[in-house]
Design a protein around this ligand. Structure first.
Ligand code: HEC
Length: 311
């Protein structure tokens, strides 16, 4: 479907079950109203990965959650692979008015995402689960692509207007997707605790390029982690939740500082600062516990926030 349809949807203020976007404010700004739903923002399927993690899997997991590997509207709206394929499952309630005909279906070959990808057809497709994707030898509804790596590249570049991914990024995304073994879907509440545990895992991933003394990769990973901290920050939307907000801002600044050290070639210091940051996040300040009930990790608060008019 073309852009006018989106505009029409906007004018009509169509609402429906919406998309899981990790960026609340990005999605509010860039997606039509009705694209965010309480269900997808307050719970997600249990992830459980196959054993045998390495750096590739961990970096792929972070990249899968990072909108900045995509381009165009997806990136601006804060959508990542994770938004449609939450923890490797299909996000059944994903719905963007004008681009979806039913929840869980979306037109990915649309000018809304990428001018070059527009095929002139209104063709929403069912979002597939990526669980067990390792054992498949054909990808996509047309089964034309025979390699997960090629399909992943196509998703980034052709569907979502991202920059050409380099070999490492593709290796990592493939390694992560191959760890998504088929399991029964069990929904878990989205919690601050899980989100902070993920940040600790991402910081452990950053240790690798710091040990290798690879400034470019350190910068790339640190930037992705700052994006994830930003998503947590958005859940503390209320300006009064100053304690939590400033802790998150401070951690993000610390990451910037580490990035600066790597650029200056001050590696031992950078590694020490990362260890300190990890320790700080592992024992978060008491403000978080105090602020949690007033944050958007609280389902009622989130529901109220979602029902507020956009502007
Ligand atoms: C806006 C929602 C959306 C986003 C974001 C998204 N996908 Fe998808 N994905 C889909 C849809 C819809 C299909 C079905 C496309 C088709 O059949 O051709 C799909 C298909 C796939 C498939 C094929 C699976 C199969 O069994 O054939 C893979 C692999 C995949 N996506 C990986 C990714 C990766 C990796 C990212 C991030 C780089 C991503 N997707 C981002 C919606 C999305």
């Amino acid at each position: 479907m073309r852009r006018p349809a989106i505009t029409l949807a906007l004018l009509l203020g169509l609402t429906a079950d919406g998309a899981e976007a990790q960026s609340l404010s990005g999605a509010r700004e860039w997606l039509p109203p009705g694209s965010l739903s309480l269900e997808t923002l307050s719970q997600r399927p249990d992830e459980r990965l196959e054993d045998g993690h390495n750096f590739y899997v961990a970096f792929g997991r972070l990249a899968f959650r990072s909108p900045d590997i995509l381009g165009g509207t997806a990136r601006k709206a804060g959508l990542s692979c994770q938004a449609c394929h939450a923890n490797g499952f299909a996000t059944h309630a994903f719905f963007i008015p004008g681009l979806s005909d039913r929840p869980g279906r979306i037109d990915v070959t649309n000018a809304f995402w990428h001018l070059r990808g527009e095929d002139g057809i209104n063709n929403p497709l069912k979002i597939p689960s990526l669980r067990g994707v390792k054992t498949k030898d054909r990808f996509g509804h047309d089964a034309r692509t025979t390699s997960l790596r090629d399909f992943t590249r196509r998703v980034i570049v052709m569907e979502f207007a991202g920059d050409e991914p380099d070999g490492l990024l593709l290796d990592a995304l493939v390694a992560y997707q191959e760890k998504l073994q088929p399991i029964t879907e069990t929904l878990q509440p989205v919690t601050l605790q899980q989100d902070l545990t993920d940040i600790l895992d991402h910081l452990d991933t950053l240790r690798v390029p710091l040990a290798e003394e690879n400034a470019a990769l350190s910068g790339r990973i640190a930037t992705m982690i700052r994006g994830q901290l930003g998503f947590i920050h958005e859940r503390f939307a209320d300006q009064d939740l100053r304690g939590s907000r400033s802790a998150l801002e401070e951690w993000s600044r610390q990451l910037m500082g580490i990035l600066q050290l790597t650029e200056d070639g001050r590696w031992p210091e950078a590694r020490q600062r990362l260890a300190d940051l990890r320790a700080a996040i592992a024992t978060p300040p008491a403000a978080f516990a105090a602020d949690l009930s007033r944050s958007l990790y609280n389902r009622e608060r989130l529901a109220a926030w979602l029902s507020k008019p956009v502007r």
